[in-house]
Write a protein that binds this ligand. Structure first.
Ligand SMILES: *Cc1c(COP(=O)(O)O)cnc(C)c1O
Length: 331
């Protein structure tokens, strides 16, 4: 079905297609080409990270992080919706028990916690540039290395377990296999597309912020009446406005609201099934009821459409449909 207001929409903000054409014309379209280097450098400078390497997905970056940290005990905070986890407490706990922190900042690119960018607070961070995220190239990600001790091995594991990166820098005269690894590189065609998005990161964030603020002001009357709750941003967190979600009062109300929005040509969607209740979670011995807070929230959370090109008119249209569902006058 074609929706009048889709949930998400891939977009172009600047020179994406020009850079893609450049990349092809320069005949360097595999990994670690000129656009990969440009994106990595821009991200490193802006975020203040020791090293950032592009990968073919955030999942690949997390797998790379798992190899680098040797697993054992690690904490993986997920910055849901681009709003930071309570990093001070998490980092304190990790330090006390000498365990590594790998931030899943897939949704948190360009968001901050107490003035620092997400992904740079733990030992390692992971970003996503998947089509559904804030800054996109179709499929893509990056690993953020905040400790020098990981940088050399990360290059090797990311390059199939070879010292090919050292070879290209002229540090060894032939490359060979020196470790375990896989192929975690991003094609330079995608890096070219991504470069235009990274150049416009603050513009993209500012537009998403306007959308969020407009939703919040239009839906406030519903929150005041206790009909739903809006996302709350804790002090010290500077979000990137990745997801605009509302929490309804019950699962059945959420289902009815989704249907009502659908009838109006609007696609709004719920989110993750809690891992411990998934088939995989159950096969590992977890059961429903074990994490009651997670379960209660996940069955009542609804994500509203947010995309770069969304204007005030579309936000008003969606908000009025929600006001109508709760029998409140439009505004
Ligand atoms: C999107 C997402 C991922 C996976 O990102 P890919 O780039 O698609 O692999 C991982 N964690 C979270 C929290 C995400 O939102």
């Amino acid at each position: 079905m074609d929706y009048k207001i889709p949930f998400n929409k891939p977009f172009i903000v600047g020179k994406e297609l020009y850079y893609v054409a450049q990349s092809v014309l320069q005949q360097q379209i595999s990994g670690d080409g000129p656009y990969t280097k440009k994106v990595q450098q821009l991200l490193q400078e802006k975020f203040g990270a020791a090293q950032i390497l592009l990968t073919n997905s955030c999942t690949a970056a997390l797998e790379l992080a798992a190899i680098l940290s040797g697993i054992g005990g690690i904490i993986v905070p997920v910055h849901y919706a681009g709003i930071a986890c309570e990093m001070d407490s998490i980092l304190d706990l990790a330090q006390k028990h000498r365990i590594l922190v790998v931030e899943d900042a897939a949704q948190g690119v360009n968001a901050k916690y107490k003035g620092r960018f997400l992904g740079t607070l733990g030992d390692i961070g992971a970003y996503s540039f998947h089509e559904t995220k804030n800054f996109i190239c179709g499929e893509g990600g990056a690993i953020v290395l905040n400790k020098r001790e990981f940088t050399e091995r990360a290059e090797i594991v990311r390059e199939k377990g070879t010292n090919r990166s050292r070879f290209f820098r002229g540090q060894v005269d032939k490359y060979s296999w020196v470790d375990i690894g896989s192929s975690f590189l991003m094609s330079d065609i995608l890096a070219a597309f991504l470069f235009a998005q990274i150049e416009n990161m603050d513009l993209i964030t500012a537009r998403r912020r306007r959308t969020h603020e407009h939703y919040a002001s239009m839906l406030r009357p519903l929150e005041v009446r206790g009909l739903l709750s809006l996302p709350a941003v804790p002090p010290g967190c500077e979000p990137n406005y990745h997801i605009f979600f509302v929490i309804l009062n019950s699962l059945s109300e959420r289902s009815r609201l989704i249907e009502h929005l659908k009838a109006n040509g609007i696609l709004a969607v719920f989110h993750y099934v809690p891992l411990h209740t998934s088939q995989m979670g159950q096969s590992m011995g977890y059961r429903e009821g074990m994490l009651p807070v997670t379960e209660r929230l996940s069955e009542r959370l609804l994500r509203l459409p947010v995309y770069y090109e969304m204007g005030e008119e579309e936000v008003t249209f969606v908000s009025n449909a929600i006001l109508e569902f709760f029998k409140l006058p439009p505004s």
